[in-house]
Structure formats: structure tokens, C-alpha cells
Design a protein around this ligand. Structure first.
Ligand SMILES: Cc1cc2nc3c(=O)[nH]c(=O)nc-3n(C[C@H](O)[C@H](O)[C@H](O)COP(=O)(O)O)c2cc1C
Ligand code: SF4
Length: 512
């Protein structure tokens, strides 16, 4: 009898193992058959357990359980509604954003839960138009995938994100680790140039313009981003741990396999705003593409000097601000925790300077730093962002469980590892659909909230449309909190008319 029971138990475990190994829905189960089911069991009974012990829905960081649940459900096209009202402490949290809906407005909010998912939500600006770049373009999506290199992420993750970008009609930024074959799955690209010039450097590691031109011509690269710094490690170069530097990555980047790959903290091609603007113009002239910068915000002298040095003949086409709360594959704690301003403070400081110089309609503003959540993204738009980039939220959409082991090469879900056995659990085809679903759902929420505020597009939300709760008794509009002038945070009248016309046509083609 005992033997029969043991045999039955073994057969059941074997059957579960076979099922887990052959399914493609869950990378964790494919990589850790049988045992991984415990996680899903705990996830199922977790809320009840956690009600009495462990943490609350909003306690975990960087992303709370509620935030992750929203991303997971959106990516799987499951019901991402929350029942019984909010469990957030709205009145007790200083700085909590409140979006102010309008009772009467010309724009009619759509009625159905899924309406808006297929409605295009393009950028309100044509990037590179003001400077007359040959390949100026209007990005088709206000939500795009942030720079994350092949090397930091696995080949399967890069493929899933690139195909996802194609399905959602958005851009994928290559990150500083060059353009790999995995970035060539159909999605449009932003090519990022980091301090090591991976993908566009000569044998000695110096920047090679001809290589860049060749690379941009041979792939669907729509614009070039010069990375000055990153929110999670500003003033510090990049670091890919040796365990993740495979032969292939070494080949793509032009470095030694198995050895830590450190990028310098500053560029060798320019040393001040003047030489930076020359570098921008050189690349734009040679490729025809719009060229911009990505930076975290620290000392403001750089921005004052940049704005003072810009002329209609010499300017950056876009500015991408990364908040200090941003993510990375690996960074020292003090850099991740304490260097550079968080997104809202840093972005507002920069935007104000461009607004005072009357340049905001000529430059496209992009933001990153937990902006892949609707409320954060809406605050970003109200502060003047034209597009948001999503990094870790896109990783969550393709299976990341926030295990925070990205720097160890032991990522259990195959997202941030170079180990073939771990990466095999991540099915690029299935996860590309999840990445696309997530981007589309975020766009839908941005559109719906814009309509509730009474405008046709998130770029038309102003710094007066959102308040921050200020203790128990009051709230203050973003405009006041961040010292904005009237009309800042949105686009000028001509651009507003243009995007209203585009949205009227788009919503007519995709009725509620
Ligand atoms: C695994 C990983 C790798 C990253 N690699 C790069 C990179 O190569 N270049 C870059 O500019 N930013 C890089 N970032 C930062 C992201 O592009 C983004 O700015 C940051 O994570 C904030 O966005 P998020 O809060 O949506 O993740 C990386 C982030 C992560 C998590
Ligand atoms: S699952 Fe963990 S190790 Fe993998 S990408 Fe997510 S946070 Fe990084």
C-alpha cells in the first residue's frame, strides 16, 4: 500500500513536471518545474495571509504589489480593475497626486472598459521638425520602451520587447550596449550612444561616425540618443558584470568576454555644451535623424549653459530626463539611493528653464522613472513631458517578479540573465504579446483620464489639472508646487490644434 502511494505520488509529481516543462505561459515553471507552483499557490492565497502578516499592498519597493498586479493583469489582458475602492491613504500622504476631472467638457469620455486600447496615441510633437532634420518624425506612441541593453537583459527578453514594440507600434531604445540581432525583430529603434560607443566605435574604442551611419542605415533606427547619465547611477559609468559578458556580447560590443565591462563616466568626444552641440549636429547631419540627450538631473549649470548655447541652427531635438528613482542592471547603493533628483523635481527644474527661454514647443520632452504607471505618467505629462519611457514596468510585463537579482546573472525568470537554461523559460513570442498588451493598456488609461479631465490627449493636460495633497487640510496644483508659469506643462496653441485634429480622426476610426 505504502509503495503504491509513493508510486502514485511520484507519478503525480512527474506529470506536473512534464506539464510545467512543456508549457510556455510561465517562465518560472519552465525553469523551476514543480517547485515554482508553490509561488503561484502562495500568490493565490497571499492576500489573505498578508492581511494578517508581512507587508501591505503599497509597502514593497520599487514597485508595490498593487502596481505590479496592475502591470501583470494589463499584460495578460486580465481584469485590471480594483474592487471596493482604493486602499491608499489619500489624505494622509503628502505629495499624493489628485487628477481633477471636469464635469462638463467638449471631449466625451469613452464608455467601455477596453475602448481606447486600439486608439492610436501619437506624440503631440514631430521630433526634429524645429531644427529641420531630414528624418524628423512624429512617434506613433507616447509610451515607448526605455533603454536596456542586450547583455543586461537576455536575448529572449530583448526579442520579446522588440516584437512587443512592433505590435504596440512604439519605439524600443537599444540602451548603451549596441544594436544586437535580437533588436531586429520588426520594432522601430532609438539607438543609444553611451560613453563606450558600443556599436559605433573603432578598434581603439573611439567613436566612429561611419560605423554609426552604416548601423543606422541598416536597421529601423528612428532617432539617436546620447546618454549623458542615468538616474540609477548618475555620474558613474555603466557596469556589466563579467559573468554576463558572453563571447557573443563581447563580439557585439567589441570587448573581452568574461571580464567586467565598465563604461567611463564621461564622454571622450565632447567636454562641454559647445562640443556636445557640435557632436549632436555632426551625427544629425550624417544620419538625417533627430538627435537628443538622456540625462539625470543634478547640478543645474549644465542646463543653463545648454539653453544659452542653443540656436535654431544648433540644438538638441529631444531631452530625456531620467529620475533618480530609475532602475538599472547594477549600481552601488549610494548612487541608486542618493545621487540625482527624483523625476518630478528634476524634470520640473529642467522644463522651467526651457519654458523661460520659450523653447518648449521646439523640443520633445521624454521622461523615465516609474512612469509606466498611469498616475505617475499623467503627472509627467502635466509637467510637460511629451512621451514616457518604460523600463522595469516593461520587464514586469514580460515576467520579471522583482527578485532584484539582475546583477548576479541568476534572474529566475530569464529576463536579466545570460544563462541559457534560465533564459529558455522566457518565450519571446508569448511575452511580446504581453509587452504590447501592457503598452496598449497604459495608453488606454492615459487617454481615458485625459478625456475625464476634458482634453483629447495627455499632452494637453496642464500643471493646473493635477494637485498634490499637502497634508490633511489642503492640496496645491503642480503649477504652484513646482513654480510653473501659466500655460506651462502643455503645448502651444498650434501644436494643440494639430493633436486635437489627429485625435478626433483617431477616435472616429476607433469609436468607444
Ligand atoms: C536592466 C536595466 C538596464 C538598463 N540599461 C540602461 C542603458 O543601457 N541605458 C540607459 O540609458 N538606461 C538604462 N536603464 C535605465 C532605464 O532605461 C530607465 O531609465 C530607468 O530604469 C527608469 O525607468 P523605469 O522606472 O521605467 O525602469 C536600465 C534599466 C534597467 C532596469
Ligand atoms: S526577476 Fe529579478 S533578477 Fe529577473 S529581471 Fe526581475 S528583478 Fe531582475
Amino acid at each position: 500500500m505504502k509503495k503504491t502511494l509513493t508510486a502514485l505520488g511520484a507519478a503525480a509529481v512527474g506529470a506536473v513536471a512534464v506539464r510545467d516543462l512543456t508549457q510556455k505561459q510561465h517562465a518560472l515553471k519552465r525553469n523551476f518545474p514543480v517547485i515554482a507552483n508553490l509561488r503561484y499557490l502562495l500568490e493565490a492565497v497571499g492576500p489573505e495571509l498578508r492581511q494578517y502578516i508581512v507587508t501591505g499592498n503599497d509597502d514593497e519597493r520599487p514597485f508595490s504589489r498593487d502596481q505590479r498586479r496592475w502591470v501583470y493583469a494589463s499584460a495578460k489582458l486580465q481584469n485590471n480593475y480594483f474592487g471596493f475602492g482604493t486602499d491608499n491613504d489619500l489624505e494622509g500622504r503628502t505629495g499624493y497626486p489628485i487628477i481633477k476631472q471636469r464635469t462638463f467638457a467638449d471631449v466625451a469620455p469613452s464608455r467601455h472598459a477596453h475602448s481606447g486600447e486600439e486608439t492610436p496615441l501619437p506624440c503631440a510633437k514631430v521630433i526634429g521638425l524645429a531644427r529641420g532634420r531630414a528624418k524628423a518624425f512624429r512617434p506613433a506612441s507616447v509610451v515607448n520602451i526605455s533603454g536596456m541593453s542586450y547583455g543586461s537583459l537576455s536575448s529572449n527578453a530583448i526579442m520579446a520587447l522588440n516584437r512587443g514594440a512592433e505590435l504596440a507600434g512604439c519605439l524600443q531604445n537599444t540602451g548603451e550596449g549596441a544594436l544586437s540581432p535580437y533588436h531586429r525583430q520588426g520594432g522601430d529603434l532609438v539607438f543609444q550612444i553611451g560613453t563606450s560607443y558600443f556599436g559605433c566605435r573603432d578598434e581603439d574604442g573611439a567613436f566612429d561616425l561611419d560605423r554609426l551611419v552604416e548601423l543606422c542605415a541598416g536597421a529601423p533606427v528612428r532617432m539617436v540618443e546620447i546618454k549623458l547619465s542615468q538616474g540609477a547611477k548618475p555620474g558613474l559609468g555603466g557596469m556589466l558584470p563579467g559573468v554576463k559578458v558572453t563571447e557573443e556580447i563581447a563580439e557585439i560590443r567589441g570587448i573581452k568576454p568574461g571580464v567586467d565591462c565598465a563604461s567611463p563616466s564621461r564622454h571622450a568626444e565632447f567636454h562641454d555644451v559647445d562640443s556636445l552641440l557640435d557632436f549632436v549636429e555632426t551625427i544629425a547631419a550624417a544620419t538625417g535623424l533627430p538627435v537628443g540627450i538622456k540625462s539625470a538631473v543634478g547640478n543645474m549649470d549644465f542646463w543653463d549653459e545648454l539653453i544659452a548655447a542653443m540656436t535654431p541652427e544648433r540644438m538638441v531635438d529631444f531631452v530625456n530626463i531620467d529620475g533618480g528613482e530609475g532602475g538599472t542592471g547594477a549600481a552601488p547603493l549610494v548612487f541608486a539611493d542618493s545621487v540625482a533628483f527624483p523625476f518630478r523635481v528634476g524634470f520640473a527644474k529642467v522644463y522651467k528653464r526651457f519654458a523661460e527661454a520659450g523653447l518648449t514647443d521646439d523640443i520633445t520632452f521624454i521622461g523615465a522613472g516609474k512612469l509606466g504607471l498611469p498616475d505617475n505618467a499623467l503627472v509627467a505629462f502635466a509637467l510637460g513631458c511629451d512621451m514616457v519611457n518604460v523600463g522595469r514596468e516593461a520587464m514586469l510585463a514580460i515576467g520579471c517578479i522583482q527578485a532584484q537579482k539582475c546583477h548576479t546573472d541568476e534572474c529566475p525568470t530569464g529576463v536579466a540573465t545570460q544563462r541559457p537554461w534560465l533564459m529558455h523559460g522566457l518565450d519571446p513570442e508569448l511575452k511580446s504579446a504581453r509587452a504590447a498588451n501592457y503598452v496598449k493598456t497604459l495608453r488606454r488609461d492615459l487617454l481615458k483620464v485625459s478625456e475625464a479631465v476634458g482634453v483629447a490627449h495627455p499632452a494637453l493636460i496642464t500643471a493646473d489639472d493635477i494637485d498634490l495633497i499637502d497634508g490633511l487640510q489642503s492640496s496645491r496644483p503642480l503649477r504652484e508646487v513646482y513654480g510653473y508659469g501659466r500655460g506651462w506643462g502643455t503645448v502651444g496653441a498650434t501644436l494643440a490644434k494639430e493633436i486635437e485634429t489627429i485625435m478626433a480622426e483617431a477616435t472616429a476610426e476607433h469609436p468607444a
